[in-house]
Design a protein around this ligand. Structure first.
Ligand code: HEC
Ligand code: HEC
Length: 325
């Protein structure tokens, strides 16, 4: 391209200016792209977040493997069947999530959350050791226990292993630490007529948590049999989210008629469900797996329930029928 001789020639200058602007834009683009990869902008990075020794990056894989996003929104992506999970860790805290995720078909009671706090790693991550302090620190957990604790939830029971639960919580800790600039917005729920937003009648959570030391001593006014106490512990600690009183299958096998019966185990052997077997099933669930069930589903209660509480649970299971040798 050239200018006709003798005429004013603007084209060369315009072209140079356009190239200079383009070059400047290119430099700005490269600079901003580089800055967006710097960790130093105060954003949480998944590699730096871990929960009780579990890794947030691993947790994202678990989140994808179970397709949680098929029902939940997280950081702006996903579906709307379940609630947004972006900030859930910061709101309800790790002990509530530990109590909810293994048996999501039922909402945790305060007893189930109190039990999690007996685990040192969970208590440390929560920053508190007693259930009262926990509920004060995480009002959203208190609100969920108050409103729905002990009732059925619409989330399916997923066959999550202990490690997967820890990893998921690490991932949720990460998303809750992200600076999302105020997203998701707080929903305005004034005048909400949805029945599940209202407190449910007779929540099991209104019972005193059996696991607090004060409640562990039987009150003189209500002398209880071990079986009745076991029934209360089973409800409060969340066993009944996974075990039915009859022979029905929930996440785990039903307890009806179990005592004294022959149990077929996954390794092909059989064992009689006596006190020793039931005790071991509670404190070391992975030692023997019932045929037809996956290992690592039932949480271990070793160090969380004391001997007296385990014995009361066994007495309760005994009272649900079966042979009495
Ligand atoms: C089939 C759909 C579905 C899938 C899959 C699913 N959820 Fe849910 N989840 C729900 C529903 C529905 C609720 C609300 C239950 C209710 O209100 O009764 C819920 C509730 C929750 C809550 C409590 C939220 C709150 O605000 O109280 C958490 C935490 C949660 N889900 C985590 C997960 C994780 C983690 C996964 C994947 C491992 C997952 N969910 C997979 C449907 C699902
Ligand atoms: C997250 C679900 C879940 C929770 C919560 C749970 N369990 Fe289990 N439980 C299972 C599963 C799954 C099995 C079968 C696999 C196995 O043997 O570990 C099982 C097995 C058992 C067995 C052996 C049953 C049989 O038919 O031989 C006993 C006893 C038992 N659990 C007691 C308890 C007690 C007591 C609690 C509460 C302190 C409890 N479980 C809480 C899932 C759960």
């Amino acid at each position: 391209m050239s200018c006709a001789p003798g005429e004013p020639c603007e084209e060369g200058r315009t072209r140079r200016r356009a190239l200079a602007v383009l070059g400047l834009m290119g430099v700005i683009f490269v600079a901003l792209s580089t800055v967006s990869f710097l960790d130093s902008r105060g954003q949480a990075v998944p590699a730096a977040v871990s929960y009780a020794g579990f890794d947030a990056v691993q947790g994202k894989r678990v989140f994808q493997a179970y397709n949680c996003m098929g029902c939940h929104t997280i950081v702006g992506n996903g579906a709307y069947f379940g609630p947004d999970l972006t900030g859930i860790y910061g709101k309800v805290g790790p002990a509530w999530l530990e109590a909810f995720l293994p048996s999501a078909g039922a909402w945790p009671t305060s007893g189930a959350v109190a039990l999690q706090l007996r685990n040192e790693a969970i208590a440390t991550a929560s920053g508190v050791h007693s259930i009262d302090d926990y509920l004060a620190k995480y009002p959203a957990a208190a609100e969920r226990i108050e409103r729905r604790g002990g009732h059925a939830s619409s989330m399916p029971n997923l066959p999550l292993s202990h490690a997967e639960i820890g990893q998921l919580i690490a991932f949720l800790e990460y998303t809750s630490k992200m600076n999302t600039e105020g997203w998701p917005p707080t929903p305005r729920v004034n005048g909400l007529a949805y029945s599940r937003a209202a407190p449910m009648a007779a929540a099991a959570s209104t019972l005193v948590p059996a696991s607090t030391p004060a409640a562990a001593a039987p009150t003189a006014a209500a002398p209880e049999t071990a079986g009745a106490r076991g029934a209360q512990i089973a409800l409060e600690t969340g066993c009944t989210a996974c075990h039915a009183r009859d022979t029905g299958r929930l996440v785990g096998p039903g307890w009806g008629g179990l005592y004294g019966a022959e149990v077929a185990l996954a390794d092909g052997s059989k064992i009689r469900a006596d006190d020793a077997y039931l005790t071991q099933s509670i404190v070391d669930p992975d030692a023997r797996i019932v045929a037809g069930y996956a290992p690592h589903l039932m949480p271990s209660y070793a160090g969380m329930l004391d001997d007296e509480e385990v014995a009361a649970l066994v007495a309760y299971i005994r009272s649900l029928g079966g042979e009495h040798p």
